[in-house]
Design a protein around this ligand. Structure first.
Ligand SMILES: *Cc1c(COP(=O)(O)O)cnc(C)c1O
Length: 371
């Protein structure tokens, strides 16, 4: 069992050339404090990358390198949200958003979109959620936990509503490079000069280059907000780990190698995504949306009559399969599965989930007949 888990984890690993660049920096003595907002060469490489990708002329000072994409999100929220401000959070949401908003003294306003609408909120829903107290809207496409990706037109409509209302947008694009079925992820900061003034773009290296343990993230923001975020980071943590930033720099300085590593990973993820998605939809009582990004599937389990926590507990108890209960993401009818694991684990997991749900469906039938 342990060996199996080890093998599963090793399939998603940091590319060698990135690790080597970090090891070299460590050897070369890059072990001291640097500028709080990040290694100047790395900030510059990130700014150049955004500029090259059509975000307009991005200055180095608009980029912060933080200890993780999660911290980037928190800094963004802290920088713009004051006590009592409302923040619109579409659900299913990444677990940390509402908690971060509360830590900043803000009030999360949850807007729900289930699998019937592809886990994407409508312009109408957003319009209704925005009040004079709204300060920020959080968008996360591709999404964790649903894997949903907003088509550009839909996202543009949402961003237009935010611009008209003059509210900031935190666009968490940590999965921007992990997309399938030929879809592309879109970045609100690119939509218009007006949008660029209101969008804080969070991203990082964790997911694209399998660097979750490195603790490196990025935030790109309008100049004034970026300066505030740099101040915040300076008071809260100082710089992200110095030698780790040299590894990230290698990813940007050797784009061919980086692209090849990502492409190889995506090909494998894609195959596993389709396999897991088909397998889940063949399970009695499950309905699974075909996600187009990240590395999660988020099947609806409500037809089996258990809430997501009971479903997850029972599945773990009876079949030793771990899934995350949707209630943690504000969606109690669902559970989250990751396909960033081996084919073997996916096959075995599907077999066990199938057995488990078949059993649940059978024991449920007499109950519903009685009702
Ligand atoms: C993983 C993740 C992040 C950032 O993770 P870090 O490890 O802190 O870089 C940010 N947002 C979402 C939605 C994530 O799933």
């Amino acid at each position: 069992m342990r060996k199996e888990l080890w093998r599963a984890r090793c399939l998603w690993r940091t590319p060698e050339f990135i690790k080597e660049a970090c090891a070299k920096a460590l050897k070369d003595g890059q072990t001291k404090y640097i500028a709080a907002a990040g290694l100047p060469a790395l900030r510059s490489a990130i700014a150049a990358d955004y500029t090259a990708r059509g975000f307009g002329q991005i200055k180095d000072s608009q980029v912060i390198v933080s200890p993780g994409g999660k911290f980037s999100c928190y800094l963004a929220i802290l920088a713009v949200v004051s006590p009592g401000d409302e923040v619109v959070v579409p659900a299913p949401y990444w677990v940390s958003y509402p908690e971060m908003v509360k830590l900043a003294g803000g009030v999360p306003k949850i807007v729900f979109a289930g699998d019937e609408t592809g886990f994407r909120i409508s312009p109408d829903q957003l319009r209704k959620a925005i009040t004079p107290k709204t300060r920020l809207v959080i968008l996360n496409s591709p999404s964790n936990p649903t894997g949903a990706v907003y088509p550009r037109k839909e996202l543009e409509e949402l961003v237009r509503i935010c611009v008209e209302a003059g509210v900031y947008i935190l666009s968490d694009e940590i999965y921007e490079h992990l997309v399938y079925d030929g879809v592309q992820s879109s970045s609100p900061a690119k939509f218009s000069p007006e949008a660029a003034k209101l969008v804080l773009t969070a991203s990082g290296f964790s997911k694209t280059y399998a660097m979750t343990g490195w603790r490196l993230g990025t935030l790109m923001a309008p100049p004034k907000v970026a300066a505030a975020v740099a101040d915040l980071q300076s008071q809260i943590t100082s710089n992200a780990t110095t030698f780790a930033q040299f590894g990230a720099l290698a990813a940007l300085q050797q784009p061919d190698k980086a692209r090849a590593a990502v492409a190889a990973m995506l090909e494998v993820f894609d195959r596993r995504r389709v396999k897991l998605w088909k397998g889940l939809n063949a399970v009695p009582g499950l309905r699974c949306f075909r996600s187009e990004g990240a590395f999660y599937l988020f099947p609806n389990v409500s037809a089996l009559g258990l809430d997501s926590s009971k479903f997850a507990d029972k599945l773990l108890d009876e079949e030793l399969v771990a899934v995350v209960q949707g209630v943690a993401f504000g969606a109690d009818d669902y559970v989250r599965l990751s396909y960033a694991t081996s084919d073997e684990v996916i096959d075995k997991g599907l077999e066990r989930i199938h057995r488990f749900c078949t059993r649940l469906a059978e024991t449920r039938q007499p109950a519903s007949a009685r009702a």
